[in-house]
Design a protein around this ligand. Structure first.
Ligand code: SAM
Length: 272
């Protein structure tokens, strides 16, 4: 039988410390982005977690947002981060211990949550559904473990919104293909509210933030990673890639480089 967990960069089988270190670096960088901070603040406000509640952060990564849940529920409540990647789970546990947080981290799969029905007051899930081949099943699981009246927030990227400039239409289209193929479900962002509604929850609101990169510097690890993949797949030639890098560098020197992607969030509750 095939393992239902995704074989993305977050493949739990790959717990090589160097890989974990790279993942942590990317997650920390994103966590510092003003757009991510604003969308997370919106999500926490909508989740409105109260003291004593039982909460879950599905695919908790480094656990920063599980710690926010733990602070909100206080000593009488529960904040669980569900994280299948052993390296990330260890980092999350260590960071929580260092911060004196009561957040705790469990192994588990979004597609089969290890919790009974109607067990939780609130659940959040950020940038996980794009990595799943059956994200709707994961949202059904989140709805199952919520008590009547319990709340859910989902946050995810929509990779069709990836914009890079300057680049010719042909180069843009090759880069967009690579970016979209990298996610199991690249259109997760626009689908969040629909998945919540299909799982029987009442949608209470949606929000978005454009994650805008600094126009004065090319985001080289990301751009080169996409370029290398485009060449390997025969979508671009080496020469086209070199021209692209040159154009982007010149644009960054003038402060006119553009790289952005939009992240969406949706909030819902389980009807009583
Ligand atoms: C882009 S990271 C996001 C981490 C964190 N939510 C954040 O926003 O920083 C994706 C996370 O989803 C986790 N993940 C991937 N597949 C999963 C699954 N089937 N069940 C639960 N988590 C999963 C990964 O291990 C990783 O921590």
């Amino acid at each position: 039988m095939t393992d239902p967990r995704p074989t993305s960069a977050f493949d739990p089988a790959n717990a090589d410390p160097a890989v974990t270190g790279r993942l942590v670096g990317v997650l920390d960088q994103l966590a510092a982005s003003p757009g991510v901070r604003r969308l997370r603040a919106w999500a926490h406000e909508r989740l409105a977690v109260a003291a004593g509640e039982r909460t879950l952060d599905v695919g908790s990564g480094t656990g920063s947002e599980t710690q926010v849940l733990a602070a909100a529920v206080g000593p009488g409540g529960t904040a669980i981060g569900l994280e299948p990647h052993p390296g990330l789970r260890a980092v999350a546990g260590q960071r929580a211990a260092e911060a004196g947080s009561r957040a705790r981290f469990l192994d588990g799969d979004a597609l089969a949550l290890p919790l009974p029905d109607a067990d939780l007051d609130a659940v959040r899930c950020e940038r996980v559904l794009q990595h799943l081949t059956d994200p709707a099943l994961a949202v059904t699981e989140m709805a199952r473990v919520l008590r009547p009246g319990g709340r859910a927030v989902l946050l995810d990227t929509d990779w069709a919104t990836f914009l890079i400039h300057p680049a010719s239409p042909a180069v843009r289209s090759a880069l967009a293909t690579v970016v979209q193929d990298a996610a199991a479900t690249p259109d997760a962002g626009r689908s969040l509210a629909g998945w919540l509604a299909d799982a029987g929850l009442t949608v209470d609101g949606v929000a978005s933030e454009v994650l805008l990169h600094d126009p004065r510097s090319v985001t080289w690890p990301l751009v080169r990673g996409i370029g290398v993949e485009a060449v390997a797949r025969g979508l671009l030639t080496e020469a086209q890639c070199d021209d692209l890098y040159g154009e982007l560098t010149a644009a960054a020197e003038r402060g006119t480089f553009h790289l952005s992607v939009t992240m969406f969030a949706a909030a819902a509750h389980r009807p009583r």
